[in-house]
Design a protein around this ligand. Sequence first.
Ligand code: ARG
Length: 473
Amino acid sequence: MDEEYDKAWSGRFDRLADRFTDEFGASLPVDRRMWEEDIRGSIAHARMLAQTGVISGEDAARIEEGLSAIYRDIRDGSFEFSNADEDIHMAIERALVDRVGPAGGRLHTARSRNDQVALDTRMYVKRTALELAAGANGLRTALLAVADAHPGAIMPGYTHLQRAQPVLFAHHLLAYTWMLARDVRRLRFAHDSADSMPLGSAALAGTPFPIDRGLVAERLGFGSVAENSMDAVSDRDFLVDLTYACTVAMVHLSRLCEELVLWSSQEFAFVVMDDAWATGSSIMPQKKNPDFAELVRGKTGRVVGDLTALLVMLKGLPLAYNKDMQEDKPAVFDAVDTLADSFVAVAGMVGTMRVDEGRMRAAVRGGFMAATDLADHLVGQGVPFRDAHEVIGRIVLACEADGRALEDVSLDELRGFSPEFGEDVLAVISADAAVSRRSSRGGSSPDAVSDQFGVARGRLEADREWVASRSPE
Ligand code: ARG
């Protein structure tokens, strides 16, 4: 507790804070990433103040000139951030006053940091939701390309991680594109929930100055103006929505990464990770580890924690602004950064992995996966399903006892278990035939999957257009 600084509120205080409380209360190291939003918001505010006659045109021009110079300095890395500033709002305002003098001191008219931070974070969420949606779309593109490159690959489909029925590898990969399509929908929802302009709410109750909030909203590209000043300065739903969207997307990536870890193990060996996306061991020379898939899986836990931190921080806060809310940004930024990087990592791994179609087929062969089809065949011959299930169960047991696959059993042997097996039963046992028969809409047959490709590509195109239409030119 040694040094004292000059504060924006020094008028009301006899004694000012010391270095520890300054640092404890500061958010500058975290919120400085919103510098661009802060400057754009301030320029829109200053212009509006001049248009409504609250400040003079000359002052607004000086403010805008100063802010533009600060913008260039921060962009070029020559801006000197000072620990004396609590947050990005104070840092930029202080620099402005240093640069343009008393005109700079007029910028904060009819405004508070409470509506200012609400504005900046909303602008940040709108921009970030678009960037993350573009990341999700990139991964969808990579998954579609890999699926497209292996149209005939058949792998075991699993339930309980036990081989269940053969499916097209493309069908399995496409399942993830639908998760990502829903992730984009959630990001879009977060974007829209941030699309309400809070500035002009001032500290909490509005302002006596004759401001025009619609002008600011229009200039900054907001769809609407927040209708209640107290809600506007204390609403953080849009951060919860964004972080929730990030969390669900991470859970999806984590599930995909778990499959990559399994598939690249020697037990499965369905894929081989590219050298660029794997690591070696410092002690075991034979190892090639899917580190990055594991990391994405691991980081998912932290993002779930970010969402929890945010919700618990908000729970129980009275209206309106409370300093607790400053703790929103570390959680949100962490979730956003982690998801953005994870999209890149997973797209990189998926796009470069080598797919071993032969290993997938071998796993199908040993997996008794024609069992359901054999039962269905007996049903077609008039056998009740429960009896058919029993017969096939006994065949599987017998095969297991002497280490054979279903494909190795002859028609005569089958008829020994049930005289009802027809001549055409052997065709039923083939994995290709089993896959082709699953031709219901959304099923795994080549025709159904090719239809699905069409719909998935159309959805991706529509989502790309949404990102492009909302992104600033
Ligand atoms: N740094 C604060 C935050 O991130 C913004 C300032 C809020 N206003 C105040 N009176 N402390 O929430």
